[in-house]
Design a protein around this ligand. Structure first.
Ligand SMILES: Nc1nc2c([nH]c(=O)n2[C@H]2C[C@H](O)[C@@H](COP(=O)(O)OP(=O)(O)OP(=O)(O)O)O2)c(=O)[nH]1
Ligand SMILES: [Mg+2]
Length: 141
């Protein structure tokens, strides 16, 4: 009988909701191979020792997309356990400062309106991120 590891590895991930000047959000599609291959996500990655979350997000976005961003307000922190992995997603609103995003480490990228996010398939943990995002925007309307 197969058993699920009760202590799956834990990753702390800095996640960016990057806004441009037209109120659009940048999402990327993960490479087809590997964990959660082919799903859409908000760009980001694993924190390195000694880094703040803002530094992690800035570094990951430079590495993955070749752009500079300003890291702003904290949106939400999500703890989620997948079958073989536990993630803590620390999500911040960010703003594009410089450059045109390139799909350096992902399959494709897309600027979308908040209302169009539902048309893309995200990992399960993102349902809560998207709900928080819609909630945070409503406050301004
Ligand atoms: N970046 C990002 N990761 C997400 C989101 N939702 C979600 O469940 N994840 C999960 C998928 C991955 O297991 C993990 C992020 O890992 P990653 O593969 O981008 O990070 P990394 O490149 O720094 O990690 P690694 O090479 O050291 O494995 O978080 C999301 O919206 N954005
Ligand atoms: Mg990543």
């Amino acid at each position: 009988m197969s058993k699920t590891n009760p202590f799956p590895p834990h990753k702390i991930i800095g996640v960016a909701v990057i806004w441009d000047d037209n109120q659009q959000i940048l999402i990327d599609r993960r490479l087809p191979q590997g964990v959660m291959g082919g799903l859409w996500e908000f760009p980001g990655g694993k924190i390195e020792p000694g880094e703040t979350i803002a530094e992690c997000i800035q570094r990951e976005i430079k590495e993955e997309l070749g752009i500079e961003i300003a890291v702003g307000e904290h949106l939400i922190t999500i703890d989620h356990t997948y079958t073989h992995l536990r993630v803590t997603l620390m999500v911040h609103h960010c703003r594009l400062i410089k450059g045109i995003p390139q799909p350096i480490e992902c399959d494709e990228i897309c600027w979308v309106n908040l209302d169009d996010l539902d048309k893309f398939t995200f990992p399960q943990a993102n349902i809560q991120i998207i709900a928080a995002l819609k909630q945070s925007i409503k406050q301004f309307k």
